[in-house]
Design a protein around this ligand. Structure first.
Ligand code: HPA
Length: 355
Protein backbone atom coordinates (compact mmCIF):
# COMPACT_ATOMS: atom_id res chain seq x y z
CA UNK A 1 0.00 0.00 0.00
CA UNK A 2 1.24 3.47 -0.81
CA UNK A 3 -0.02 6.50 1.02
CA UNK A 4 -0.23 9.99 -0.50
CA UNK A 5 2.74 10.86 1.71
CA UNK A 6 4.92 8.57 -0.34
CA UNK A 7 4.30 10.65 -3.41
CA UNK A 8 6.75 13.57 -3.53
CA UNK A 9 5.52 16.87 -4.94
CA UNK A 10 6.02 17.14 -8.70
CA UNK A 11 8.00 20.42 -8.58
CA UNK A 12 11.23 18.79 -7.34
CA UNK A 13 12.76 15.57 -8.63
CA UNK A 14 13.72 13.75 -5.47
CA UNK A 15 14.80 10.72 -7.49
CA UNK A 16 17.62 12.61 -9.22
CA UNK A 17 21.07 12.68 -7.59
CA UNK A 18 21.61 16.13 -9.16
CA UNK A 19 18.82 17.59 -7.00
CA UNK A 20 20.80 16.74 -3.86
CA UNK A 21 24.09 17.82 -5.45
CA UNK A 22 22.62 21.23 -6.23
CA UNK A 23 21.65 21.81 -2.60
CA UNK A 24 25.03 20.56 -1.34
CA UNK A 25 26.91 22.81 -3.78
CA UNK A 26 24.79 25.80 -2.73
CA UNK A 27 25.88 25.18 0.87
CA UNK A 28 29.54 24.49 0.02
CA UNK A 29 29.67 27.90 -1.64
CA UNK A 30 28.75 29.48 1.69
CA UNK A 31 30.99 27.45 4.00
CA UNK A 32 34.46 28.55 5.15
CA UNK A 33 37.43 26.27 4.38
CA UNK A 34 37.35 24.65 7.88
CA UNK A 35 33.80 23.44 7.25
CA UNK A 36 34.18 22.19 3.68
CA UNK A 37 34.53 18.59 4.86
CA UNK A 38 31.73 17.95 7.37
CA UNK A 39 32.19 14.90 9.60
CA UNK A 40 29.14 14.74 11.84
CA UNK A 41 25.46 15.43 11.17
CA UNK A 42 23.13 16.00 14.12
CA UNK A 43 19.35 16.11 13.96
CA UNK A 44 17.99 18.09 16.89
CA UNK A 45 14.67 16.77 18.17
CA UNK A 46 11.75 18.70 19.68
CA UNK A 47 13.07 21.24 22.17
CA UNK A 48 16.69 20.10 21.64
CA UNK A 49 17.66 22.78 19.13
CA UNK A 50 19.90 24.32 21.82
CA UNK A 51 22.54 21.79 20.74
CA UNK A 52 23.32 24.05 17.80
CA UNK A 53 24.17 26.89 20.20
CA UNK A 54 27.05 24.83 21.58
CA UNK A 55 28.83 24.78 18.22
CA UNK A 56 32.09 26.72 18.08
CA UNK A 57 33.58 29.08 15.47
CA UNK A 58 33.55 29.24 12.55
CA UNK A 59 29.75 29.19 12.59
CA UNK A 60 27.61 29.36 9.47
CA UNK A 61 23.80 29.35 9.60
CA UNK A 62 21.55 28.89 6.59
CA UNK A 63 17.76 28.90 6.81
CA UNK A 64 15.89 26.14 4.97
CA UNK A 65 13.90 28.72 3.06
CA UNK A 66 17.12 29.89 1.40
CA UNK A 67 18.40 26.43 0.43
CA UNK A 68 17.28 25.07 -2.93
CA UNK A 69 14.93 22.07 -2.63
CA UNK A 70 14.59 22.22 1.18
CA UNK A 71 11.10 21.99 2.67
CA UNK A 72 10.00 24.90 4.82
CA UNK A 73 7.96 24.40 7.98
CA UNK A 74 4.19 24.42 7.78
CA UNK A 75 4.09 25.56 11.41
CA UNK A 76 4.10 29.38 11.65
CA UNK A 77 7.09 30.72 13.57
CA UNK A 78 9.10 27.49 13.30
CA UNK A 79 12.39 28.51 11.75
CA UNK A 80 14.21 25.62 10.17
CA UNK A 81 17.94 26.01 9.64
CA UNK A 82 21.22 24.23 9.23
CA UNK A 83 23.90 25.41 11.65
CA UNK A 84 27.48 24.53 10.76
CA UNK A 85 30.35 24.78 13.24
CA UNK A 86 32.93 22.88 15.24
CA UNK A 87 31.91 20.48 18.01
CA UNK A 88 34.61 18.75 20.06
CA UNK A 89 37.02 19.43 17.19
CA UNK A 90 34.77 17.86 14.52
CA UNK A 91 33.25 19.81 11.64
CA UNK A 92 29.55 19.40 12.40
CA UNK A 93 26.20 20.35 10.97
CA UNK A 94 23.08 20.58 13.14
CA UNK A 95 19.64 20.35 11.63
CA UNK A 96 17.45 22.61 13.75
CA UNK A 97 13.76 22.11 13.05
CA UNK A 98 13.13 18.76 11.44
CA UNK A 99 10.30 18.11 9.05
CA UNK A 100 7.64 15.53 9.89
CA UNK A 101 5.33 13.51 7.71
CA UNK A 102 2.34 14.73 9.75
CA UNK A 103 2.97 18.28 8.48
CA UNK A 104 1.93 17.00 5.07
CA UNK A 105 5.40 16.62 3.57
CA UNK A 106 6.28 13.54 1.57
CA UNK A 107 8.69 11.33 3.48
CA UNK A 108 11.45 11.86 0.92
CA UNK A 109 11.14 15.56 1.48
CA UNK A 110 11.48 15.21 5.27
CA UNK A 111 14.73 13.25 4.93
CA UNK A 112 16.22 15.36 2.15
CA UNK A 113 18.74 17.14 4.48
CA UNK A 114 20.26 13.80 5.54
CA UNK A 115 21.38 13.04 2.00
CA UNK A 116 22.71 16.57 1.66
CA UNK A 117 24.69 16.12 4.91
CA UNK A 118 26.19 12.95 3.41
CA UNK A 119 27.21 14.80 0.25
CA UNK A 120 28.87 17.45 2.41
CA UNK A 121 30.99 14.66 3.91
CA UNK A 122 29.16 13.57 7.08
CA UNK A 123 30.02 9.94 7.81
CA UNK A 124 28.08 9.75 11.10
CA UNK A 125 24.55 10.83 11.98
CA UNK A 126 23.38 11.52 15.53
CA UNK A 127 19.60 11.59 15.69
CA UNK A 128 17.87 12.89 18.78
CA UNK A 129 14.16 12.87 19.44
CA UNK A 130 11.49 13.35 22.07
CA UNK A 131 9.61 10.11 22.69
CA UNK A 132 6.87 8.68 24.83
CA UNK A 133 7.92 5.94 27.23
CA UNK A 134 6.18 2.56 26.91
CA UNK A 135 8.52 0.43 29.01
CA UNK A 136 7.14 0.39 32.58
CA UNK A 137 10.69 0.76 33.97
CA UNK A 138 11.17 4.11 32.18
CA UNK A 139 10.73 7.51 33.81
CA UNK A 140 10.23 10.97 32.35
CA UNK A 141 13.69 12.46 31.76
CA UNK A 142 15.35 9.12 30.97
CA UNK A 143 17.62 8.97 27.95
CA UNK A 144 17.18 5.92 25.76
CA UNK A 145 19.90 4.86 23.35
CA UNK A 146 18.06 3.27 20.42
CA UNK A 147 19.19 -0.26 19.66
CA UNK A 148 16.55 -1.08 17.06
CA UNK A 149 13.32 0.27 15.65
CA UNK A 150 9.83 -0.81 14.80
CA UNK A 151 8.36 1.12 11.90
CA UNK A 152 4.63 0.94 12.56
CA UNK A 153 4.08 3.56 9.84
CA UNK A 154 6.38 1.53 7.58
CA UNK A 155 4.07 -1.47 7.86
CA UNK A 156 1.41 0.81 6.39
CA UNK A 157 3.61 1.68 3.41
CA UNK A 158 5.48 4.72 4.69
CA UNK A 159 9.14 4.21 3.84
CA UNK A 160 11.29 7.01 2.38
CA UNK A 161 12.91 4.60 -0.08
CA UNK A 162 9.65 3.78 -1.87
CA UNK A 163 9.92 4.94 -5.47
CA UNK A 164 12.84 4.91 -7.89
CA UNK A 165 16.11 4.06 -6.14
CA UNK A 166 18.83 6.71 -6.31
CA UNK A 167 21.71 4.31 -7.03
CA UNK A 168 24.35 6.97 -6.34
CA UNK A 169 23.30 6.90 -2.69
CA UNK A 170 22.85 3.19 -2.12
CA UNK A 171 21.31 -0.14 -3.10
CA UNK A 172 17.67 -0.88 -3.91
CA UNK A 173 17.31 -3.20 -0.90
CA UNK A 174 19.48 -1.93 1.96
CA UNK A 175 19.88 -3.95 5.15
CA UNK A 176 18.79 -2.18 8.32
CA UNK A 177 19.11 -5.06 10.79
CA UNK A 178 22.25 -3.36 12.13
CA UNK A 179 21.05 0.22 11.73
CA UNK A 180 22.12 1.46 15.17
CA UNK A 181 25.89 1.22 15.39
CA UNK A 182 27.06 -0.95 18.29
CA UNK A 183 30.34 0.89 18.92
CA UNK A 184 28.60 4.25 18.96
CA UNK A 185 26.09 2.90 21.48
CA UNK A 186 28.87 1.66 23.75
CA UNK A 187 30.54 5.07 23.44
CA UNK A 188 27.25 6.80 24.32
CA UNK A 189 26.90 4.79 27.54
CA UNK A 190 30.52 5.45 28.56
CA UNK A 191 30.09 9.18 27.94
CA UNK A 192 26.81 9.21 29.89
CA UNK A 193 28.55 7.67 32.89
CA UNK A 194 31.35 10.22 32.57
CA UNK A 195 28.90 13.14 32.74
CA UNK A 196 26.79 11.73 35.58
CA UNK A 197 23.83 10.65 33.46
CA UNK A 198 24.39 6.94 34.16
CA UNK A 199 21.28 6.37 36.33
CA UNK A 200 19.03 7.86 33.64
CA UNK A 201 20.37 5.82 30.74
CA UNK A 202 18.30 3.12 29.01
CA UNK A 203 18.63 1.09 25.85
CA UNK A 204 15.63 0.05 23.85
CA UNK A 205 13.48 -0.20 20.76
CA UNK A 206 11.86 2.91 19.26
CA UNK A 207 8.53 2.64 17.45
CA UNK A 208 7.76 5.10 14.65
CA UNK A 209 4.15 6.22 14.30
CA UNK A 210 2.92 8.79 11.77
CA UNK A 211 1.14 11.11 14.28
CA UNK A 212 0.09 13.84 14.78
CA UNK A 213 -2.46 12.39 17.21
CA UNK A 214 -0.88 10.61 20.15
CA UNK A 215 -1.62 6.92 20.64
CA UNK A 216 -4.86 5.53 22.02
CA UNK A 217 -4.35 3.28 25.03
CA UNK A 218 -5.14 0.23 22.90
CA UNK A 219 -2.58 1.32 20.30
CA UNK A 220 0.00 1.92 23.02
CA UNK A 221 -0.54 -1.59 24.40
CA UNK A 222 -0.31 -3.02 20.89
CA UNK A 223 3.00 -1.26 20.22
CA UNK A 224 4.38 -2.25 23.64
CA UNK A 225 3.32 -5.88 23.09
CA UNK A 226 5.13 -5.78 19.76
CA UNK A 227 8.34 -5.07 21.68
CA UNK A 228 8.81 -1.29 21.66
CA UNK A 229 10.16 0.65 24.64
CA UNK A 230 9.43 4.14 23.33
CA UNK A 231 7.29 5.72 20.63
CA UNK A 232 7.62 8.85 18.51
CA UNK A 233 6.83 10.51 15.21
CA UNK A 234 10.28 10.87 13.65
CA UNK A 235 13.79 9.40 13.35
CA UNK A 236 13.11 6.12 11.56
CA UNK A 237 12.80 7.62 8.03
CA UNK A 238 16.01 9.60 8.61
CA UNK A 239 17.82 6.51 9.89
CA UNK A 240 16.73 4.43 6.89
CA UNK A 241 18.00 7.12 4.51
CA UNK A 242 21.26 7.49 6.44
CA UNK A 243 21.92 3.75 6.40
CA UNK A 244 21.04 3.59 2.69
CA UNK A 245 23.90 6.01 1.95
CA UNK A 246 26.31 4.28 4.33
CA UNK A 247 26.31 6.59 7.34
CA UNK A 248 26.88 5.27 10.85
CA UNK A 249 23.95 6.09 13.10
CA UNK A 250 23.42 6.79 16.78
CA UNK A 251 19.82 7.37 17.90
CA UNK A 252 18.99 9.00 21.23
CA UNK A 253 15.45 9.32 22.62
CA UNK A 254 14.64 11.66 25.46
CA UNK A 255 11.64 10.19 27.29
CA UNK A 256 9.43 13.24 27.65
CA UNK A 257 6.21 11.59 28.82
CA UNK A 258 4.84 8.23 29.85
CA UNK A 259 2.30 6.86 27.38
CA UNK A 260 -1.00 5.80 29.02
CA UNK A 261 -1.64 2.09 28.47
CA UNK A 262 -4.30 1.22 31.03
CA UNK A 263 -7.51 -0.54 30.05
CA UNK A 264 -9.60 2.21 31.58
CA UNK A 265 -12.72 1.79 33.62
CA UNK A 266 -15.56 -0.23 32.18
CA UNK A 267 -18.62 1.93 31.56
CA UNK A 268 -20.71 -1.25 31.43
CA UNK A 269 -19.59 -2.10 34.94
CA UNK A 270 -20.12 1.44 36.20
CA UNK A 271 -23.69 1.42 34.87
CA UNK A 272 -24.35 -1.98 36.44
CA UNK A 273 -23.14 -0.64 39.80
CA UNK A 274 -25.70 2.18 39.59
CA UNK A 275 -28.53 -0.04 38.49
CA UNK A 276 -27.96 -3.80 38.68
CA UNK A 277 -29.36 -5.53 35.57
CA UNK A 278 -32.48 -7.65 36.10
CA UNK A 279 -31.77 -11.36 35.78
CA UNK A 280 -33.45 -12.61 32.64
CA UNK A 281 -32.53 -15.00 29.92
CA UNK A 282 -31.48 -13.22 26.72
CA UNK A 283 -33.36 -15.88 24.68
CA UNK A 284 -32.51 -16.63 21.08
CA UNK A 285 -32.77 -14.31 18.10
CA UNK A 286 -36.07 -15.88 17.03
CA UNK A 287 -37.66 -16.25 20.47
CA UNK A 288 -36.21 -13.10 22.06
CA UNK A 289 -37.42 -9.54 21.86
CA UNK A 290 -37.59 -7.61 18.59
CA UNK A 291 -34.01 -6.34 18.62
CA UNK A 292 -34.66 -3.53 16.14
CA UNK A 293 -37.56 -2.22 18.25
CA UNK A 294 -35.53 -2.50 21.46
CA UNK A 295 -32.58 -0.64 19.87
CA UNK A 296 -34.92 2.09 18.65
CA UNK A 297 -36.41 2.68 22.07
CA UNK A 298 -32.97 2.42 23.69
CA UNK A 299 -31.54 5.14 21.45
CA UNK A 300 -34.59 7.30 22.26
CA UNK A 301 -34.07 6.71 25.99
CA UNK A 302 -30.35 7.51 25.76
CA UNK A 303 -31.01 10.76 23.87
CA UNK A 304 -33.62 11.75 26.45
CA UNK A 305 -31.28 10.89 29.32
CA UNK A 306 -28.33 12.74 27.74
CA UNK A 307 -30.41 15.89 27.27
CA UNK A 308 -31.18 15.87 31.02
CA UNK A 309 -27.57 15.44 32.16
CA UNK A 310 -26.34 18.47 34.08
CA UNK A 311 -23.13 16.93 35.35
CA UNK A 312 -21.00 13.93 34.47
CA UNK A 313 -20.51 12.07 37.76
CA UNK A 314 -17.98 9.61 36.41
CA UNK A 315 -15.66 12.23 34.89
CA UNK A 316 -12.91 11.06 32.57
CA UNK A 317 -11.59 7.67 33.61
CA UNK A 318 -8.08 8.46 32.32
CA UNK A 319 -6.45 11.45 33.95
CA UNK A 320 -3.06 11.13 32.26
CA UNK A 321 -3.08 12.37 28.67
CA UNK A 322 -0.05 12.83 26.41
CA UNK A 323 0.40 16.47 25.45
CA UNK A 324 2.95 18.48 23.53
CA UNK A 325 3.55 20.97 26.38
CA UNK A 326 4.87 18.15 28.58
CA UNK A 327 7.14 17.02 25.75
CA UNK A 328 8.66 20.50 25.41
CA UNK A 329 8.94 21.05 29.17
CA UNK A 330 10.91 17.82 29.66
CA UNK A 331 13.13 18.59 26.65
CA UNK A 332 13.96 22.01 28.10
CA UNK A 333 14.82 20.53 31.49
CA UNK A 334 17.13 17.95 29.99
CA UNK A 335 18.57 20.04 27.18
CA UNK A 336 21.76 21.01 29.03
CA UNK A 337 22.53 17.40 29.94
CA UNK A 338 21.76 16.19 26.41
CA UNK A 339 24.08 18.82 24.95
CA UNK A 340 26.92 17.79 27.22
CA UNK A 341 26.34 14.12 26.37
CA UNK A 342 26.32 14.76 22.62
CA UNK A 343 29.50 16.86 22.84
CA UNK A 344 31.29 14.07 24.70
CA UNK A 345 30.10 11.44 22.21
CA UNK A 346 31.15 13.50 19.19
CA UNK A 347 34.59 13.97 20.72
CA UNK A 348 34.99 10.18 20.79
CA UNK A 349 33.93 9.47 17.20
CA UNK A 350 36.98 8.49 15.16
CA UNK A 351 37.36 9.45 11.53
CA UNK A 352 36.46 6.53 9.23
CA UNK A 353 40.08 6.15 8.08
CA UNK A 354 41.24 5.75 11.71
CA UNK A 355 38.72 3.05 12.68
N1 HPA B 1 3.78 9.49 21.32
C1 HPA B 1 4.23 9.78 20.10
N2 HPA B 1 5.18 10.68 19.87
C2 HPA B 1 5.71 11.32 20.92
C3 HPA B 1 5.28 11.07 22.23
C4 HPA B 1 4.25 10.11 22.44
O1 HPA B 1 3.81 9.85 23.57
N3 HPA B 1 6.00 11.87 23.05
C5 HPA B 1 6.84 12.57 22.26
N4 HPA B 1 6.67 12.25 20.98
Amino acid sequence: MTTPNNIPPPDINYYAFDTYQASAQFLRNRLPPELQAIQIGIICGSGLGGLAKTLEEPICEVEYKDIPNFAVSTVPGHVGKLVFGMLAGRATVCMVGRKHMYEGHSLLRTVFPVRVMRLLGAHTLLVTNAAGGLNPDFNVGDIMIIKDHLSIAGFGGCNPLIGANVDDFGPRFPAVSNAYDFDLRVTAFSCATACGLGPFMREGIYAFVPGPSFETRAEARYIRNAGADSVGMSTVPEVIIARHCGMRVLGVSLITNIVPQGHGRSAMQAAAELEPPTASSPGSVSSGPDVAAVMKSMVKNVVEAVSKITEYPHKNDEKVLANHEEVLETSNKRSQAMQELVRLIVGKIPEPSKQ
